[in-house]
Design a protein around this ligand. Sequence first.
Ligand SMILES: *Cc1c(COP(=O)(O)O)cnc(C)c1O
Length: 365
Amino acid sequence: MSRPVPNPGILDIAPYTPGKTPVPEPGRKVFKLSANETPFGPSPKAIEAYKAVADHLEDYPEGTSRVLREAIGRAFGLDPDRIICGAGSDEILNLLAHTYLSQGDEAISTAHGFLVYPIATMANGAKNVVAPETEYTADVDAILARVTPRTKLVWLANPNNPTGTYLPFDQVKRLRAGLPGHVLLVLDAAYSDYVSRNDYELGIELVATTENTVMTHTFSKIHGLAALRIGWMFGPAHIVDAVNRIRGPFNVSTSAMKAAVAAIEDTAHVQMSKAHTEKWRNWLTEEIGKLGLKVTPSVANFVLIHFPTTKGKTAAEADVFLTKRGLVLRGLNNYGLPHALRMTIGTEEANRLVVEGLRDFMAGK
Ligand SMILES: *Cc1c(COP(=O)(O)O)cnc(C)c1O
């Protein structure tokens, strides 16, 4: 009997394996440190704005997310006409892939890049080309070496998830300069709010001065609105025009839009979260390092912890050990990092418990 056949590339995508449901020992409090969510939640003003929408759930959202584009424009000094909002930056990444990739095309991502990129690439029948990294960091020359006449798009998370590393802006500019003009460079700035390095930039200048670079951003991380699904992109006018033609007319809910406006205006909440993250990122890197475990220097709200391959000391065993204590980190088998765990920086209590747990684990307790 004949039956529907998925488009080319779809069945090459590995099926999504859901994260394990942690079962800690009785009496343990559970700390979810596996999805880079903020331990502080959103701004109380965002929660208020969200609740206010409940009075008018019968109304369709304003379809262009105008109030949010204007709020983002004010916060970042951008022209709201060159912003598109989406149901999470995931939607934006998929819209970009759908607009610019088709069968026979190639898109480049980095060895330990964000998993959404290869999925968005292959979902559109294009080939995912992987560029190796140097010290868990994107390597501009390795990316440029993989450009072929079929290359249409380059994905770059800066900072990158799950490694926590970043490319200084001069390197990003060198990458752009080395790519052919028709290749779209997508700069994913999901973690930019956590970076405090003077050689880092989101890429706004590149987007504003070229015709082939876009920057995406999200409200899921420092703004704590992951449940609402809200992200955005800033791009050249011709790209905004093309993507808007396939974007769903009501892709962003009113509640997401209104909560995001309140969140972006609460700069004190963002500053508090950033300062906490920086303090505990330094502390965790140092304390975990003292246990003989390597931590990749991170500029984001998580750290990548490397484990030995000796039996009794592996990442998989550490994962089981910590989970029993209610400390849920993220195993990275599907990111090609089976010997590492990613830990989202949590509350002081959670951070101290992880270090204590790792100390006991390494001591063979
Ligand atoms: C978390 C994350 C995002 C955000 O995705 P949303 O769909 O906006 O929640 C984007 N890119 C990277 C690299 C991330 O880790």
